[in-house]
Design a protein around this ligand. Structure first.
Ligand SMILES: [Ca+2]
Length: 455
């Protein structure tokens, strides 16, 4: 398995733990897989979720980890208990943790396992969408227009939130758009039922029970009635798509009605997103980064999204902005990493601390790039000068597994051959590219797979 989190975890997205697990997000995630990004597998993220996570490191969204092929017709449910037996045991734990018995019984009334949750948990996309297609969807003209309209509609609220949390209003609206299309896609599943299903069926029990307990505590606090607590199959809730523990730590009642309403109050939604980003290290009045161009014969192994140098140092290496664009004043000494979301043939970006902060919202490089570009599109900026390598074929799942298998066979350790291009796989690709005399961008292409096959 690949190691966690880095800016290249898109694949993580697949699994990962960030706030979203709906299909919509899985689809988006799949696009990232190849990006080195939405996050290599999320061991870390997962581990974080399994503990009670510090908000600063817990992605708001969670995507499942390591799908397993279902066996038999029970979808591979691992539990040796009936659902009722599991519920009785969990009820004791919940009551011991302070959950009111009648609240528990009300929340669990008529709750049965939801097989569609298990199916979703096990699904693994065959194809991954290239990043440019993902961006086309994420930055659609209707979404940009809607965001512009909402920026006007909530101008006063956004000014107050900006003042309180120091996060750019356009970024807040962009994340709102990315997470739930400004509230129109929040997920329609009962959060209690989805999490109870995941907790019962066993593979993700520790995580799901912790989330379920947090969900019950939210209900007990009176923030939302049980029948209105809706979200994705993985328990990502409301317009922010927070998992329950993230909600508990981060959600804000900014409209002052006494309830932290991420389902129905755009004011609470925007402030909660701002709070999340603030906690994640958002730097006031700084951008997320900018597009750059690289010189010929650049050492692409520096572009792993993790190696950090000052903007001035990158400039000394020949990294420059597109024609007519200059680095904002005061940025020369900021720490930046270089990102090539589609490999050396595609656009490059220098990413700053705010990219890192936004990345924590959803461990996906593609997602984070899209959210940041969307925030700029609202003002007519955020266009990319360089061309994407749209002629490049994306590897399908069996090709990705073959690539990993061949890498290992040639002693480039990429972890388990799971079809997920995570951080370790990218490192292995880079090492092999270097020894083959190819541009070491860590990006899996059919040409590279052929080169491996012919060794
Ligand atoms: Ca409220």
């Amino acid at each position: 398995m690949s190691s966690p989190d880095s800016y290249f975890l898109d694949q993580n997205t697949l699994f990962c733990i960030s706030r979203r697990w709906h299909l919509r997000q899985l689809v988006a995630v799949s696009s990232l897989i190849l990006l080195a990004a939405w996050a290599g597998k999320s061991t870390v993220a997962q581990a974080q979720l399994l503990q009670t996570v510090a908000v600063t490191t817990t992605p708001a969204i969670v995507v499942p980890v390591v799908p397993v092929v279902p066996t038999g017709d029970n979808y591979g449910i691992q539990s040796t208990q009936t659902f009722e037996q599991w519920r009785a045991g969990f009820r004791k734990e919940a009551l011991a943790a302070g959950v009111n018995p009648s609240l528990f019984d009300r929340a669990f009334a008529d709750i049965t396992p939801d097989m569609s949750v298990i199916r979703a948990d096990r699904s693994q996309p065959e194809f991954s969408r290239p990043v440019w297609e993902y961006l086309d969807g994420a930055l659609s003209a209707p979404r940009v227009r809607k965001g512009q309209m909402l920026l006007k509609q909530y101008a006063n609220t956004l000014a107050a939130i900006e003042q309180r949390y120091g996060v750019d209003r356009r970024v807040l609206v962009a994340i709102w758009g990315m997470e739930s299309n400004f509230g129109s896609f929040q997920g329609t599943k009962s959060v209690i039922r989805s999490l109870a299903t995941l907790a019962y069926e066993g593979r993700r029990q520790g995580f799901a029970q912790a989330q379920l307990l947090a969900a019950l505590q939210i209900l007990q606090h009176g923030d939302i009635p049980p029948d209105k607590m809706l979200g994705s199959w993985a328990g990502a809730m409301g317009q922010t798509q927070f998992i329950p523990t993230t909600y508990s730590n981060v959600a804000v009642d900014f409209d002052g009605d006494g309830r932290r309403d991420i389902w129905g109050s755009p004011v609470d939604v925007l402030a909660s997103i701002a709070h999340y980003l603030q906690i994640s290290g958002w730097q006031k009045s700084q951008s997320w980064g900018f597009e750059v161009e690289l010189p010929n014969a650049f050492n692409y192994s520096l572009a792993d999204g993790e190696i950090r140098k000052s903007v001035a140092e990158w400039k000394q290496l020949g990294v420059k902005l597109p024609n007519g664009v200059s680095v904002p004043r005061g940025y020369e000494q900021l720490s930046a990493a270089l990102l090539l979301p589609a490999g050396y043939r595609g656009p490059g970006f220098l990413i700053l601390d705010n990219f890192r902060a936004a990345f924590k919202y959803n461990n996906s490089t593609s997602y984070t790039l899209a959210a940041n570009l969307l925030s700029e599109r609202f003002t007519g900026a955020g266009l990319i000068a360089s061309e994407w390598p749209k002629d490049e074929q994306q590897l399908n799942r069996s090709q990705r597994v073959e690539l990993q298998t061949l890498l290992s066979r040639h002693n480039y350790d990429s972890g388990n051959a799971d079809g997920i291009i995570g951080t370790n796989t990218r490192k292995a690709i880079r090492a092999a590219q270097q020894s083959f005399g190819l541009p070491a961008d860590g990006y899996p292409t059919p040409e590279f797979l052929d080169a491996l096959r012919n060794r």
